[in-house]
Design a protein around this ligand. Sequence first.
Ligand SMILES: NC(=O)c1ccc[n+]([C@@H]2O[C@H](COP(=O)([O-])OP(=O)(O)OC[C@H]3O[C@@H](n4cnc5c(N)ncnc54)[C@H](O)[C@@H]3O)[C@@H](O)[C@H]2O)c1
Length: 385
Amino acid sequence: MTTPSATQYPQMNQPILGIPKENREGETRVAMTPDSLKKIVKKGFRIRMERGAGITAGYPDADFAFDGVELVDAVTALGAEVVIKINRPTVEELAKMKKGSLLICMLEPFAQDGFIEKLAQAGINAMGMELIPRTSRAQSMDVLSSQANIAGYRAVLEAATRYPRFFPMMMTSAGSAKPARVVVLGAGVAGLQAIGTARRLGCQVEAYDVRAEVKEQILSLGAKFIELDVGEEGTGAGGYAKELSEAAKLRQQQALTERLKKADVIITTANIPGRKAPILVTEEAVKGMRAGSVIVDMAAPTGGNCPLTEAGKTVVKHGVTLIGATNFPTMMPSDSSSFFGRNVFNLLGLMLDDKKPSILTLNLDDDIIAASLATLDGQVRFNRK
Ligand SMILES: NC(=O)c1ccc[n+]([C@@H]2O[C@H](COP(=O)([O-])OP(=O)(O)OC[C@H]3O[C@@H](n4cnc5c(N)ncnc54)[C@H](O)[C@@H]3O)[C@@H](O)[C@H]2O)c1
């Protein structure tokens, strides 16, 4: 990366883009798929793709056999000037990356493990896809949304396969079945998709969010809105929820417990960025649910919305199946990779200038680039607060 003068932005001239194979356990996605790569190649860029990188996502090497893409080994892909990954690199991968290269991936910036500092020390300029602001202009680059959408859909399907009864109402010659009563807690991106999916499967759906402004979206999907007075405003900065006081948390848990006992399926997604997930489904609520009911705790990676959830596992407690899966997008790797790749392509578009083909410019006056660039020229730019 060159910074010609203090008034100009860092630029890369005809950088080669490397796409390594993901090697985190359980990861099935690949950062770029043929559809987005073809568009990048049309812009004049050359790609070094690690052999076999797309196989688990349903894209064999043959799908990448077009001009502009070279199939290489891991060291060569990681040694490219721009490295695009799903997950942040391991320390071993980092050692293979070039000083001054640009890394684009999910950086997990809130994990306080010194990794961002290591990137800066290694002279890697790192962009965190999760740091992209949640604004209308950035929507097409928002991996949190694209992956949460897939997760919300898949969570309902997982619940349906574990639930020992029908989801829709059924009338057969052998008798009829009532529709499943589904409660969705947290109506952000994943929650709204879960509501829509459960409705399409014929369930009766109720949903709750501490941000009162989502009521209309819940109603527009054909679900009922659960009104609770917790005595406090739940909306925080940037359209996210804020953490409630201890008294309000208790009021919320007590008010929800009686309602949740009547649910057949709970899909819970409540999160507060950078914090432990709030407890919404108490053990008492689980005990009150009828045997065979299912809870999908999509907040499992941040501690869970139910204290009985075990992250990464499916367990049965008090006769209720608790799904603590933390990897829903990896269960649908073809679409989740394709969406991720399109998000990255749209981000790269911000760095391109049609008048200067093949030059990537980090315009630090662009709020999306400025916010997502966690390290630059050996310095950490990301502030955890
Ligand atoms: N580009 C954009 O404009 C854009 C894109 C995506 C999301 N957004 C907005 O960002 C916000 C967060 O979306 P997300 O899906 O990433 O959210 P998230 O994953 O951080 O949280 C999921 C949901 O849990 C809710 N929640 C938190 N604490 C709760 C509690 N105690 N009780 C009940 N619900 C609780 C939140 O309000 C949120 O709706 C939303 O307002 C969404 O509309 C904007």
